[in-house]
Ligand binder design. Structure first.
Ligand code: UD1
Ligand code: CA
Length: 462
């Protein structure tokens, strides 16, 4: 079996997207549209993958840096055949086949591509076209077949007769061709058509004339080849992708209550018997263990969550690690670099930033803990604040195991509280507290008897 390379066309003007960004870099389930096409090409066995870009698409160049995928520049968008020709030098000397894909068709599965590649090879065809029969053939190129069922040409919708427009089988835009034949034949393509473009689809006629093998092969459902031209197309693709991601997770044992309204990025992992309520956004490299509950409105971004964790409604957790059995929220905010230990509790309106809460530690209400380590089973009272920033640098607060911090305490960092120490409510702690000690900075309470009565009288005489 010959080698397989892939060429991804992405140099179109994509004017219909109405965006400053290249359309293939728009996000779909947390990743650029183009990344799915690259992944499918690789997974179907292409070891050399290149992208055709336009001269103004430096954003795509930037994105490709470090991915191992090369690019070639098509100076002017003169049509799909012209785009492929731009890669002639890049693929010089390669023996084998080239799979031509569109950068704006992200939903196709590698399995479907593999089927297509095998079918073309099994038929020993020099040129293969992946065809499909969508419910609405719309503006796709129609596959014209003769009475024997052999493909004779592809006619673009703009040039098709009324009768040809009724053909249901259309060109997905994906082709495979033997390299040397492909680049020799591209020079024969002309642009005498409605758009004055060089159409790659003209290769079908050229192949037939030369008597080389050409086939159209249908595989995979048409929605896999849904292309993105507008933001509406992108939203539809996101819907299809969401369905695919969520179904995959459910089949592995995750319980999604309303899978149409649960927004999970590609690549997220969720363990068995974890229940996810609607309107949650689970993004990036998030990993969730088994038996968790993720309530409505929660946002998890690059979070690593253990087993049996309960994240209550409207909590936000970013770039942090949550251990088994912890309970967070509602309305908890866990900012990057935090670690919440086993069975710890983070209550409502508690904000953590670069904060380690060791196992069993609790901060149940209205608290800010930044640049802090809170020892095992320590209890942080309501309204506690670490004053971690002095206007120049950030400083650490260390709170020992089993310490008890009363309500409304400020820790002016850097400061340490020893194991089992107690800090009285309302204290401003500026010096270290030894283990087992009590620290209290409250001013003594004054009592002025009869004060209210006196005040009333004063007001009367005025
Ligand atoms: C093309 C096919 C059509 C097929 C449809 C499937 C041709 C002539 N027509 O039509 O039969 O049904 O795709 O979606 O091939 N591109 C470049 N450089 C160019 C022009 C296009 O890189 O000069 C890229 C585009 O970015 C896009 C792809 O090629 O990724 C397809 O081009 P597009 O103009 O969208 O072709 P369609 O008119 O949709
Ligand atoms: Ca298109």
């Amino acid at each position: 079996m010959g080698k397989l390379a892939a060429l991804i066309l992405a140099a179109g003007k994509s004017t219909r997207m109405k965006s400053a960004r290249s359309k293939v870099l728009h996000g779909l389930a947390g990743r650029p549209v183009l990344s799915y096409v690259i992944e499918a090409a690789r997974r179907c066995g292409a070891d050399d993958v290149r992208v055709v870009i336009g001269p103004d698409q430096s954003d795509i160049k930037e994105y490709l840096r470090g991915t191992g995928v090369g690019y070639v520049v098509q100076r002017k968008a003169l049509g799909t055949a012209h785009a492929v020709k731009a890669a002639a030098n890049a693929f010089k000397g390669l023996s084998g086949d080239i799979l031509i894909l569109c950068g704006d068709v992200p939903l196709m599965r590698a399995e479907s591509l593999k089927q297509f590649v095998s079918a073309v090879r099994a038929k020993r065809a020099t040129l293969g076209v992946l065809s499909m029969t969508p419910p609405e053939p719309g503006s796709y190129g129609r596959i014209v077949r003769d009475l024997d069922g052999k493909m004779t040409r592809i006619v673009e919708a703009k040039e098709a007769t009324d009768k040809e427009m009724t053909i249901r089988e259309v060109n997905s835009g994906i082709l495979m061709a033997e390299r040397s034949w492909l680049f020799n034949s591209l020079g024969k393509v002309r642009n005498d058509n409605a758009k004055s473009e060089y159409y790659i689809t003209d290769l079908v006629g050229i192949a037939l004339k030369e008597g080389v093998g050409v086939i159209a092969h249908r595989c995979g459902p048409a929605w896999e080849f849904h292309g993105i031209n507008t933001r509406v197309d992108l939203a539809r693709a996101a819907e299809l992708m969401r369905e695919r991601i969520n179904e995959g997770l459910m089949l592995k044992g995750a319980g999604l209550i309303d899978y149409r309204h649960t927004y999970i990025d590609a690549g997220v992992r969720i363990g068995q018997d974890t229940t996810v309520l609607p309107f949650t956004f689970i993004q990036g490299q998030t990993r969730i263990g088994a038996g968790c509950t993720i309530e409505n409105g929660v946002v998890l971004r690059n979070a690593t969550i253990g087993n049996g964790v309960h994240v209550k409604a409207h909590s936000v957790i970013e770039d942090s690690i949550i251990s088994d059995g912890a309970i967070l929220g509602p309305f908890a905010r866990v900012r990057p670099g935090s670690k919440v230990g086993k069975d710890a509790r983070i209550g409502n309106f508690v904000e953590l930033k670069k904060c380690t809460m060791r196992s069993g530690a609790k901060a149940n209400h209205l608290t800010y803990l930044g640049d802090a380590v809170v020892g095992a089973n320590a209890n942080i009272g309501c309204g506690t604040i670490t004053c971690n920033y002095d206007g120049v640098a950030k400083h650490m607060t260390h709170i020992g195991d089993g310490a008890f911090i009363g309500s409304d305490v400020q820790f002016v960092a850097p400061v340490r509280v020893g194991k089992g120490a107690v800090v009285g409510a309302g204290s401003t702690i500026t010096r270290d507290v030894p283990a087992g000690a009590l620290a209290i900075t409250r001013t003594e309470q004054k009592i002025v008897r009869g004060y209210a009565e006196k005040k009333k009288k004063k007001r009367k005489y005025k």
